[in-house]
Each structure stands twice: as C-alpha cells, then as structure tokens.
Write a protein that binds this ligand. Structure first.
Ligand SMILES: [Zn+2]
Length: 264
C-alpha cells in the first residue's frame, strides 16, 4: 500500500457506458494542483468533487480526450489556469471530433483556453518539474516531484506489457522517453489509467525491456524479409478487441510499425 499524504488526492472513475467498453480514469489533486482533467463522460460523477476541492491550477499531460474532457467545465466553473504543452494549445481551443467508439467511451472534449505548461510548477508543498515525454503522444509531458519520489506519468505507463498502440503513437520515442525517465529519482508513479503504483521505476524498466525485446524481434524478422503485416501476425497472433472496435486506430500493428523508428 502506498502512503500518500492527505493533501494529495486520488480520484478514480469508470468512463463509458458498459464493460468491456469502459475504462478506468484517474486524476490527482496535489495541494491544489489538479493533474489531468479526465474524460467528458465522468464529469457528471466528478462534478461535486470538483466543485468543492481546492483547485488552483490544472496541469494536463497530453491532449487526448480522456485527459482534457473536463477542462472546459473547470475553466468555466472554477476559473483556474489550465496548462498543457505549448504545441497543443491551438487544438485545445476547439471542440474535438473523435470517432464513434471514442465518443462512447470517453466523449468529445469541449474547447478551452490553455496556457503553455512551464518547466516547473509550484504549490505550497510541492515542486513539479515538467519533463517532455514523447511517444504515446508527441507532445506528452510528465510531472516529477523529486522530493517525494513521485512521477505523474499520464499515459506513459498504463501497463508494463502494452498490447496496442494508437495510430499516431511512436513506440520508438516511448523507448527513448522510458530511458530518460529511468535516470530520474522516483519510486511511485501516478498513472492516469492504473492509478498509484509503488516500485514505479521497476515497472517502467519492465516496460522498456518489453519494447526492446519487440524491437529486436522485429529487426530479426525484417532481416528475414517479413512484411509489417506478417511480423504483426507472428508476434501478436490474437486480434485485439480494441483493434476491431477502433478499425485499426488502436492496434498491435502500430507497435510493430513504430518500434524501430523506421515506419516500414
Ligand atoms: Zn492518451
């Protein structure tokens, strides 16, 4: 059990109407800094909490709708600054228009006015270094609280054995980012989909090793002349449910395609 001070609140909701198309969403409020803003679908359940919690600012790890879904409401109802990577500011000003399966699970994001996330965010108790962490999304950041050994990882972790990748995800960049993270000092990770994890550094290391082993297998199979489609079938023989539902937007093939940074 991870001991987290009362001043750092952890909230967990299910987004989506029914299993298996329902996913876990966590957001955190650490001494007034809210980290990630959940999905639009959890707002009805989270609204009361968000009305009453002390919130001074919101820091968003990346633009996906399950991290920005309540931002417009927070801006309107709580009038707090919302920070995101500078490259995502223009896009966050518009309502999102996502495919049906994502609308059902998370819901569309309403546009909001964001500010560029600074290199460092302070609360009375904590200092968060904001670190670029591309891979899952090119403009993804993580927040590192050195003194407590905490890393708020957005969607960098999720699980040690990632089964599918998003169409614009780069596993090659994730490998680089995981290497960078392992040079930092932390033990606990705060993941937006799997919650608070002790031995977080070990878990990120396992994820890195998993991707490096896929990278090596892809290299060998490419050398033998196999295509991306063939390698995908060899390494991931079972079709993932999310691949079918998302029409390939989320797939194992996206892992194979992007793991060596070559794209073919
Ligand atoms: Zn994401």
């Amino acid at each position: 059990m991870v001991q987290i001070p009362d001043i750092c609140k952890i909230y967990h909701f299910k987004s989506g109407f029914m299993p298996p198309f329902q996913l876990d969403i966590y957001f955190f409020i650490a001494d007034g800094l809210m980290i990630d803003a959940g999905s639009a679908h959890i707002l009805r359940k989270a609204e009361k909490i968000l009305q009453n919690e002390p919130i001074d600012a919101v820091a968003i790890t990346h633009i996906h709708e399950d991290h920005t879904g309540m931002a417009a409401w927070l801006q309107r109802a709580r009038n707090v600054p919302i920070y995101i990577h500078r490259n995502s500011i223009e896009e966050t000003s518009r309502d999102s228009n996502i495919p049906l399966y994502r609308r059902l699970v998370w819901g569309n994001r309403k546009g909001f006015t964001a500010l560029p996330i600074p290199a460092c965010l302070h609360t009375d108790q904590y200092t968060f270094d904001v670190i670029e962490a591309p891979g899952h999304h090119k403009d993804h950041v993580v927040l590192h609280e050195k003194d407590h050994g905490w890393l708020f990882t957005g969607d960098l972790f999720v699980s040690s054995r990632q089964r599918v990748a998003f169409k614009d995800e780069s596993i090659y960049d994730t490998i680089h980012t995981l290497n960078t993270m392992l040079s930092l000092d932390f033990d606990t990770i705060f993941c937006s989909h799997s919650g608070v994890q002790r031995k977080g550094k070990e878990k990120l290391k396992r994820k890195l090793e998993y991707f490096l082993s896929i990278q090596e297998q892809v290299r060998i199979l490419k050398q033998k002349g196999h295509t991306i489609e063939e390698i995908d079938k060899i390494l991931f023989p079972k079709t993932n449910l999310w691949t079918l539902v998302s029409c390939g937007e989320w797939s194992t093939q996206n892992i194979v395609k992007t793991v060596d940074g070559k794209g073919k």
